[in-house]
Structure formats: C-alpha cells, structure tokens
Design a protein around this ligand. Structure first.
Ligand SMILES: [Zn+2]
Length: 334
C-alpha cells in the first residue's frame, strides 16, 4: 500500500474513534517521533582536544572523506561530526552500520552479514567488536537498585579462534575435564533488578571470592533489597553497601516474593545465546556480556525499534575505541 492509501485509511478510521483512542494514537505517534529524533541527534559532549565539557561547535568545512567538520570555540580544534561514534574512523557508511547493529542483535552469523553487505568477514568482525566495545562502555556505567537478585553463571573457558599449541582443543559438547567448579569455568557475576536493568560481568574463574564480587560493587546501588543463594562471598559487599539481603535455599523454598526467578531466567537465556554463538572466546566475554544485557533490555521489541534504541544509547557516549587499540585494551584476563 502507498502512503496516500495508508493516510486515507487512517483518516477514515480516526473519525470513528473515541476520544481516549485518539489521545492514545497521538501519544504513540509522538513517541515514535521522539525516538526517531533521539536516534539521530548526536553531539560531541567533550572536546577531544581541550577537554571542554561545554564545547561550542560551529561548522568548519568538510573532511577529505566528505564528512562535516566542527570547530571548538575554546581551542579552535577541528574534528569530524561523528567523532567517537561507530562511523568515526570507519569506511562503512551509516546504513551498513545500521544493518550490522540489527544483525548483531538478531545473532546473524558474521559470514551472512558480510555477504549481505558485500564486505569481508574480517571487516564485519571488526565492526562488531567496535559496537560491542561501545555497549561495554555503557554497561560498565549501569547501576541496579531497589530489588535485586544476584547469582553467578558459569561458562566453559573457550579459546575459540585462537591457536594455542599447549592446549588440546576441546570439541563442541565435550565436558570440562575436572568435575565440579574448576578453573576451566568462567564466572559471570549477575545482578538483575526486578523490572529493571541487569549487570553481567566475568570477574574470575571458578567460584567467586569477596574481592571478585567487589569488581561489580559500583554497579550496585546502596540500600537495596537483595536475594542471594547461600554463598557467603556476597555478604561483605552487601553489608558495606548497606543492603538488606535474604539468603535462599533451593527452588522448593521460593515464595512469590523470595526467589531468584529473574536471574535464573536470564541465565537460561544466556545458555540459549551461547549455543547459537557456539561459544565465545573467553577474552571477549565481557563484550558479549554487554550485548546480552542489552538484548535482555530490549527483548520483545521489533528489530527496527531495537536499532533506534541502540542508536539512541550510543548517541550518549563518545567511545574513542579504535580497532588498532584492541590488543592493549582491557580484555578479560585469566
Ligand atoms: Zn576544544
């Protein structure tokens, strides 16, 4: 159907609506417009040269790439308009980045994205890493509060994609060689706010100690009500944060209030995603963890809406990550 036909149909239906329906429709339209505008409006919040946090930018010609240049009033530094965004330092245009974001959130394999975009799988992999790095910067600032469920998720250590002579490759589906929680298990600490965001971070191998849990303490607000299982390692940090906590036994002791259902269901999702990805190299685990909390946050939305939400999120950060910095940046060390 053409836009004109759509509009005619909408007009004829609109006249038959009740006032509350008209109001709802208009408010939905307005929300669409707000989201569209937010997903497009990026401004550089800190001048990369002089560090001014209230930079005043004016247009200053075009770069060789054709991108608009901006000039900082305080220091006269010229920078491109997409400084710190995904397209910055990238030869791929906005539309390719949009497709990359959609495919990453829908777990489309890198090879397929490369085919549909007509670029190499290596370039797509680099683009995905740049996206995940930006998501990680956002995830690191996430704070959960009020009612929080905490638990750990364990994933088998993976050297996927790496050639290591000293390590015998483990075939898919093969179990860890040691029984129980061994040093082959990556521990992902998880804190899920009921009806809110989640924090997911690989902090150590095997069972976490108090000092491992400390690594996510900035992501937990003070004075929360927290549900945990019997692990005592959590208790020191929760006491420091002035959080009240309830210790739960197995599922049989769960009630409608005292349970770990939200964190458990997130963990089942992680198993599903991990199977689809066929495992993730452990050193990139926190990049993927950041993707998983974002997927969880926007679960149930249409692919295009997720794209607009993610673009809006990214507009609020200036991530200076370049692929060439990858080796020196903080990958998960073990
Ligand atoms: Zn400046």
């Amino acid at each position: 159907m053409s836009d004109t036909e759509d509009l005619e149909k909408i007009t004829s239906i609109y006249s038959t609506l009740y006032p509350y329906q008209k109001e709802k429709l208009l408010s939905d339209l307005e929300n669409c417009m707000i989201l569209n505008n937010a997903s497009r409006s990026y401004c550089i919040k800190v001048c990369p040269k002089c560090g001014s946090k209230t930079p005043n930018w004016t247009r200053g010609g075009r770069a060789n790439s054709g991108k608009q240049m901006l000039v900082c009033h305080s220091c006269n530094h010229r920078t491109v308009v997409d400084y710190g965004q995904l397209t910055y330092y990238s030869q791929q245009d906005r539309s390719k980045w949009d497709q990359l974001i959609k495919d990453t959130f829908q777990q489309v394999p890198i090879q397929k994205t490369a085919e549909s975009l007509g670029i190499s799988t290596y370039t797509v992999w680099r683009m995905r890493m740049k996206l995940l790095h930006a998501l990680e910067a956002i995830a690191n600032e996430t704070v959960v509060s009020d009612e929080v469920e905490m638990d750990e998720k364990y994933l088998l250590n993976s050297h996927k994609g790496e050639k290591r002579d000293e390590i015998k490759p483990r075939h898919r589906g093969e179990k860890a060689s040691k029984r129980g929680l061994s040093s082959e298990q990556v521990c992902l600490l998880t804190a899920v706010q009921r009806q809110g965001d989640a924090v997911l971070k690989a902090t150590n191998m095997a069972s976490p100690k108090s000092e491992d849990i400390e690594k996510i303490q900035k992501n937990l607000s003070g004075n929360c009500l927290v549900w945990i299982d019997g692990k005592t390692a959590y208790q020191r940090i929760l006491n420091q944060k002035n959080c009240e906590f309830r210790v739960l036994g197995d599922h049989k002791t769960y009630t409608s209030v005292d349970h770990l259902n939200n964190v458990n269901s997130f963990h089942s999702k992680i198993d599903e995603w991990n199977r689809k990805y066929r495992g993730v190299a452990t050193k990139y685990i926190n990049r993927y963890a950041a993707l998983l909390v974002t997927i969880r946050k926007y679960a149930g939305l249409a692919a295009d809406e997720v794209l607009l939400k993610v673009r809006t999120m990214l507009n609020n950060v200036s991530d200076f990550f370049r692929i060439c910095d990858m080796k020196t940046s903080d990958l998960f060390a073990y």
